[in-house]
Design a protein around this ligand. Structure first.
Ligand SMILES: [Zn+2]
Length: 314
């Protein structure tokens, strides 16, 4: 069932709504709450959740007779609806970051009201999942990000079957994120970070779509899913496992390396060319042996820009 989470009016244009899907048996609160598009330019997550909603609606309509949704799933594919339309990360009217507006309020600015409505709809769920991407300049391996997790969350994170689980401490600075607001409620919270902003990367999206379906199977919300583990191993990385390479010179960075590949120490992963003369001015090599978990995709480099990140297996 589609309903509007929040309806808003605007001074000199038509009103706008934030729609959501509620799928599966009725209940006081959803078993799983999935949120994407807090940042309007992070299209991978919006695409994945809209496709997942379509799939689960088809399950409900009986198009997959072997599958049965036994608990309620709430899906909000695009919180920053106007940002998605205008391709902006922030809320277009006042340039605020919705993910710095939590827990929000019913009385405040528009983005505070949005944050409040999203939190109210999601906070009581047993499992809460927030989808993001890296910036529009950088690509990240599809990963589960844990912020100050419980042991239960560490175990559950493996049920996505994604190649990397990245653990971070809960930021003492960004206390106004949705993740921070979720954390005070019972239940488990996960952030998925998928690819690059500003585009749909079909291979990443398909992989995470499958991850979502098998996750719903493994937690018992979707019955009948083939939940055989994929062959690939799941690596758990802490902050100390990350080795970053920064640009020592400005220029044009070009690479055909793919995130998610294991690399050798010293392996050439890309080149910085002189933007005018075209000669190679720097070979970019893996700083250690490990998994290439992130790489810059915007070609124009300034000195000191982050080029790539390799995580050492722990
Ligand atoms: Zn984001």
């Amino acid at each position: 069932m589609k309903r509007n989470l929040l309806c808003m009016t605007a001074p000199v244009r038509d009103g706008f709504d934030i729609p959501c899907h509620e799928i599966g048996p009725a209940s006081a609160y959803p078993a799983v709450a999935l949120v994407a598009g807090l940042h309007g330019d992070e299209i991978n997550g919006v695409f994945i959740l809209s496709r997942l909603a379509d799939f689960l609606n088809n399950v409900e309509e009986g198009k997959y007779p072997e599958l049965r949704l036994v608990r309620r799933v709430l899906i909000i594919p695009a919180v920053n609806v106007l940002g998605v339309n205008l391709r902006t990360r922030t809320w277009p009217f006042d340039k605020t970051d919705i993910n710095r507006m939590f827990p929000g309020s019913t009385m405040g600015e528009t983005t505070q009201r949005i944050a409040y409505a999203v939190l109210e709809a999601t906070k009581r769920a047993d499992y809460r999942i927030d989808l993001h991407t890296a910036s529009t300049d950088f690509e990240e391996i599809p990963q589960v990000r844990l912020h100050g997790p419980t042991e239960a969350e560490r175990q559950t994170a493996r049920k996505f079957g994604l190649p990397a689980i990245m653990e971070r401490s809960l930021s003492p600075v960004f206390t106004t994120t949705m993740m921070c607001s979720w954390k005070v409620w019972p239940g488990e919270s996960f952030l998925l970070r998928i690819g690059q902003g500003g585009t749909v990367q079909l291979n990443h999206c398909q992989r995470v779509f499958r991850a979502m379906v098998s996750f719903l199977g493994r937690i018992g919300v979707l019955e009948g899913v083939d939940i055989a583990l994929e062959d690939e191993e799941i690596c758990h990385f802490d902050k100390a496992s990350a080795f970053r390479v920064y640009a020592e010179k400005a220029g044009t960075f070009v690479s055909d390396s793919q995130v998610g590949r294991w690399v050798r120490a010293g392996q050439e992963l890309g080149y910085i060319y002189d933007s005018f003369s075209g000669n190679v001015i720097e070979k970019v090599v893996a700083p250690i042996a490990g998994l290439l978990t992130g790489i810059r995709r915007h070609p124009l480099l300034f000195e000191g820009d982050l080029i790539l990140r390799v995580n050492r297996k722990v």
